[in-house]
Write a protein that binds this ligand. Structure first.
Ligand SMILES: [Fe+2]
Ligand SMILES: [Fe+2]
Length: 178
C-alpha cells in the first residue's frame, strides 16, 4: 500500500480524528467505571467486576491511538472527558447502554477508516485494526445482553455466569469449527 505524503489540512484532519478518538476511549473507560459503581451499589459484585475490568481495555485503546499519533510526531492530549451517565433504571438499561456505546465507537472507527482510506493517510492501519477490535467488543457486549435474557431476569444466575463470558468464548461469532 502506498501512503502519500499528507498535506497540512489532511494532517490536521487526522490529528483531530485521533484526538477525538482518544477522548472517546477515555470516556468509554469512565462510562464503564460508572456502570461498575452502579452494579456494585445494586448488589451485583460480579457484574461490577466485569465492567471494572473492561475499563482497562478502553484505557489501552486510548493509549494505542495516542501512541499512533506520537509515532508520527503528533501530540495528542488526554482530555477533557465529559461526565458520563451514572444512573440507571435497572441492569437491562446498563447492558443495553453498553452495547449502544460500543456501536457508537464502531461507527467512529468506520468513519476514521473511510476518511483515511480516501485520503491515504497514516490512520489506515490503526483504523483497520480497530474495525476488527470493535467487532469483538460488540460481540462481547451482545453476549452479555443475551446472557441476561437467558437468565430470564435472575440476578443470581446472571452473577454466577457473567465471569465466564470472556473466558468461555461465548461471545465469539463466526467461530464454527472447520
Ligand atoms: Fe474502545
Ligand atoms: Fe469498547
Amino acid at each position: 500500500m502506498i501512503i502519500k505524503k499528507e498535506t497540512k489540512d489532511q494532517k490536521d484532519q487526522s490529528c483531530n480524528l485521533l484526538q477525538h478518538q482518544v477522548i472517546h476511549e477515555l470516556e468509554n473507560e469512565r462510562l464503564y467505571f460508572e456502570m461498575a459503581s452502579w452494579c456494585d451499589h445494586n448488589n451485583l459484585p460480579e457484574t461490577a467486576k466485569f465492567f471494572a475490568e473492561h475499563t482497562h481495555e478502553e484505557r489501552n485503546h486510548a493509549l494505542d491511538f495516542m501512541n499512533h499519533g506520537l509515532m508520527q510526531g503528533i501530540r495528542v492530549k488526554f482530555g477533557p472527558t465529559k461526565e458520563m451517565k451514572s444512573d440507571y433504571k435497572d441492569l437491562m438499561e446498563v447492558l443495553e447502554d453498553s452495547l449502544a456505546r460500543e456501536k457508537e465507537t464502531s461507527a467512529m472507527i468506520q468513519n476514521m477508516y473511510e476518511i483515511a482510506e480516501k485520503e491515504k493517510t497514516f490512520l489506515i492501519t490503526i483504523a483497520q485494526k480497530y474495525i476488527k477490535e470493535q467487532l469483538e467488543e460488540e460481540q462481547l457486549f451482545l453476549s452479555v445482553l443475551s446472557l441476561w435474557k437467558k437468565c430470564t431476569g435472575s440476578k443470581i444466575d446472571f452473577e454466577m455466569e457473567i465471569g465466564k463470558v470472556k473466558s468461555c468464548g461465548a461471545h465469539k461469532r463466526g467461530a464454527l469449527p472447520q
